[in-house]
Write a protein that binds this ligand. Structure first.
Ligand code: P1T
Length: 384
C-alpha cells in the first residue's frame, strides 16, 4: 500500500489499491457482487452487502480521500446524491444554511425545491464580494460554497469563509468539482467537508455519473456513512472501477486542460466578437489574487459573453463541430452550453439575471483535442 506521504501523482495511481491478495491482479477487480458469504452469523471478511460496502468502491473512496488529504471518503450515485446526504447529515429542520449565490443549478434546485420544503432555511450570498460577517450571520449551521463557481467562475477565500463560519459555530462544505484536488485542497484551507461530482474531471471520460464527500471529521463521517447505507444512493462496482481508472490520469489531464484553457482564454480576450471572459487566472478577474494564493492552477472551464443578443449565443453553440453542445464538463472531449437555458434553467430567470447569468452567457469545457482544432472550431462558430 502506498504511504500517505506519497506525492499526488503516485497517490492518484496507487492509493487504496494494493495488488489483489488472491490472484495478484495489479488493478483492483470489479467486484460485481451484491452479497458476501459469512462463515457464521456476523463472521465475515469485512463485507456483508454491497450497499453497505463493496471492495471496488472502498478502493475508490480511499484513493479519493488520499488525493483530497482527507481521512475518509464516501462515494455516492451522483454529485447531487452526495450533496443531499451531506446536508441531511449535518443540519435539521429550522437550521440555517448559507449557500453561495452562484452554484450548479441542480444544487440550487435541491436546496430550494426539496430541502426548503422539509424546513431547512437558506440564505444565498456572493462569497467573492460581500462582507463575510454580514453574509454568515450568527446562528448559521452550515456554509455551502463552490469555488470557482459554476458558471461564473467567482472565487471565494476559503480560509476567510471558514474562519467566519467557525466563529459562529457553522461547518463548511466546499464543492471542489471545478478545481479538483490537483489544483485546490479545501480541507487544508479550513473547510470541514469537500464534495465533488466525480462525473466531471475526477472520472474525466464522460461515461459515469457519480459523487463523493470527504472529511477528516471522524464523528461526522460515521453519521454520513450511516446515512449512505440507510438511504442507499451508492455507485455500483463498474462505475466505481471506471472512476478509479479515470483518476489515474487526473494530473496529466488537468495539466493539459489548463494549458489549452489558458491558450483559449488569451485568444477569446482579444476576440472582437467577445465582450467578457470569465476565468480565475485572468489578471483582470476580480478575485485573481485569492485564486493565485489558494489554487495551484485551474483546468479548462471558461465562460464568456458574446456580442449580440441571446439568439446569437444559440446559433453559436449549435454551429461548433469539435465542441459538442451538451451539459456536463471535465471530460476529455470539449463541450459547450448556454447555462441559462441548460445547466442553470432551474434557477428562476430574475434570480439568474441578478447573479449575472445572462441568456447570452456561454460556458466552455475545454477538452484534450488539439488546440488548433478547438480555435478553428470556435472561429467557425463566430462567423456562423
Ligand atoms: O450531475 P451530478 O453528478 O449529480 O453532480 C451535480 C453537480 C454538483 N456540483 C457541481 C459543481 C456540478 O457542476 C454538478 C453537475 N454539473 C453539471 C451537470 C453541469 O453541466 O454543470
Amino acid at each position: 500500500m502506498t504511504s500517505k506521504s506519497a506525492r499526488f501523482e503516485t497517490l492518484a495511481i496507487h492509493a487504496g489499491q494494493a495488488p489483489d491478495p488472491t490472484t495478484g491482479a495489479v488493478m483492483t477487480p470489479i467486484y460485481q457482487v451484491s452479497t458476501y458469504a459469512q462463515e457464521g452469523v456476523g463472521n465475515h471478511k469485512g463485507y456483508e452487502y454491497s450497499r453497505t460496502d463493496n471492495p471496488t468502491r472502498t478502493a475508490l473512496q480511499d484513493c479519493l480521500a488520499a488525493l483530497e488529504g482527507a481521512k475518509h471518503g464516501l462515494c455516492f450515485a451522483s454529485g447531487l446524491a452526495a450533496t443531499d446526504v451531506l446536508v441531511r447529515a449535518l443540519v435539521k429542520p429550522g437550521d440555517l444554511v448559507v449557500c453561495g449565490d452562484d452554484v450548479y443549478g441542480g444544487t440550487y434546485r435541491l436546496f430550494d425545491k426539496v430541502h426548503r420544503n422539509v424546513g431547512l432555511k437558506f440564505l444565498y450570498a456572493d462569497f467573492s464580494r460581500v462582507n463575510l460577517v454580514d453574509a454568515i450571520p450568527d446562528g448559521t449551521k452550515l456554509v455551502w460554497l463552490e469555488t470557482p463557481t459554476n458558471p461564473l467562475l467567482k472565487v471565494a477565500d476559503i480560509e476567510a469563509v471558514a474562519a467566519r463560519a467557525h466563529a459562529v459555530g457553522a461547518k463548511v462544505v466546499v464543492d471542489n468539482t471545478f478545481a479538483t484536488p490537483y489544483f485546490q485542497r479545501p480541507l487544508s484551507l479550513g473547510a470541514d467537508f469537500v464534495v465533488h461530482s466525480t462525473t466531471k474531471y475526477l472520472n474525466g471520460h464522460s461515461d459515469v455519473v457519480g459523487g463523493v464527500m470527504m472529511t477528516s471529521d471522524t464523528e461526522a463521517y460515521d453519521q454520513i456513512k450511516f446515512l449512505q447505507n440507510a438511504a442507499g444512493a451508492v455507485p455500483g462496482p463498474m462505475d466505481s472501477w471506471l472512476t478509479l481508472r479515470g483518476l489515474k490520469t487526473l494530473h496529466v489531464r488537468m495539466d493539459r486542460h489548463m494549458e489549452s484553457g489558458l491558450k483559449l482564454v488569451d485568444w477569446l480576450v482579444k476576440h472582437p466578437e467577445v465582450t467578457h471572459v470569465y476565468h480565475p487566472l485572468l489578471e483582470t478577474h476580480p478575485n485573481h489574487a485569492i485564486a493565485k494564493r489558494q489554487m495551484s492552477g485551474f483546468g479548462g472551464m471558461i465562460s464568456f459573453e458574446l456580442k449580440g443578443d441571446a439568439g446569437r449565443a444559440g446559433r453559436f453553440v449549435a454551429a461548433t463541430k469539435v465542441f459538442t453542445l451538451a451539459e456536463s464538463l471535465g471530460g476529455v472531449e470539449s463541450l459547450l452550453e448556454v447555462p441559462a437555458l441548460m445547466t442553470h434553467a432551474s434557477i428562476e430567470p430574475e434570480k439568474r439575471r441578478a447573479i449575472g447569468i445572462t441568456d447570452g452567457l456561454i460556458r466552455l469545457s475545454v477538452g484534450l483535442e488539439h488546440i488548433d482544432d478547438l480555435v478553428e472550431d470556435l472561429e467557425g462558430a463566430f462567423r456562423a
